[in-house]
Design a protein around this ligand. Sequence first.
Ligand code: GTP
Length: 237
Amino acid sequence: METKYKRIIIKLSGEALSGKVGFGIDPPTVQRICESVKEVFEQDVEIAIVVGGGNFWRGRFGEGMDKSTADYMGMLSTVINALALQDVLEQMGVPVRVQTAIEMKEVAEPYIRRKAVRHLEKKRVVIFAAGTGNPFFTTDTTAALRAAEVDAEMILLAKSVDAVYDSDPEVNPDAKKYDRLTYIDVINQGLKVMDSTAITLCMDNKIPILVFGLDQPENILKAVRGETIGTIIEEAE
Ligand code: GTP
C-alpha cells in the first residue's frame, strides 16, 4: 500500500488519551490509538509523536499561579503520557524511544535532534515529551518545532472534532466545515486550531497540517495514504 508521506509528526492531545473518562489515562483508548499508530508504522512511515498533557494538567489551570511554574507542571504531565504510549506500543512490538526536552535521564533519553533523526531512520517511533522544555510554549508549538527540526513532511493534528469549522459544530449546527485553509486564513480568521506561535512556525517552514478527528483512530492511516479527511492547512497555491 502506497503512502503519501515518509516521515510525519503525529500530535496527540493529552485529552485524547483520557477517552470518555476525561481525565488521566484510559487504557482501552490508548490501546486503540497505539493500534492505529502501529498500522501506520507497518506501512514503513517514519513516525514521531508529540504528546500533550491536558489530561493531567494545563498551564492555564494554574490561575493565580506563577505562569512558568504552571507550564512546567504541564510539561511534566506530557512525560507521563509519553511513557504510557511507549509502554503500549512496545507491547505491540513497535520499537520506541522517548526523548524529553527537560533532562530526566533516569526516565528517558534527553532530546538530541541528531539522535532522534537516527532513531527515525532506524524505524523507531520517537516520542517527544516535555514540550519544548520552555514555559510559554504549547505542545502544538513543540509539534511545529520538532517537525521543522527532523524534516517531517507534515503534522497530523489529532483533535476531538473531525475538521476545522468556522464555529463550534457542537454549538452551531450550521457551522461550515473547511476542507482546505491557508496558514494566513487560520491566523486572520482567528480559528482556534493551533496557537499563533505554532501556526506561524508551520507557515515559515512550509509544514502542512492535517486536522482530523481521533474518534476514529483509523483516520491516522487514511491521512498518511493521502485520503481526503479533515482539513488541510497549507500554503496558498
Ligand atoms: P542506537 O545507538 O542507534 O543503537 O540506538 P539505541 O537507542 O538502541 O541505543 P542506546 O544504547 O542509545 O539506547 C539503548 C536504550 O537505552 C534505549 O531504549 C534508549 O531509549 C535508552 N537510553 C539511551 N539513552 C538514555 C538516557 O539518557 N536515559 C534513559 N533513561 N534511557 C536512555
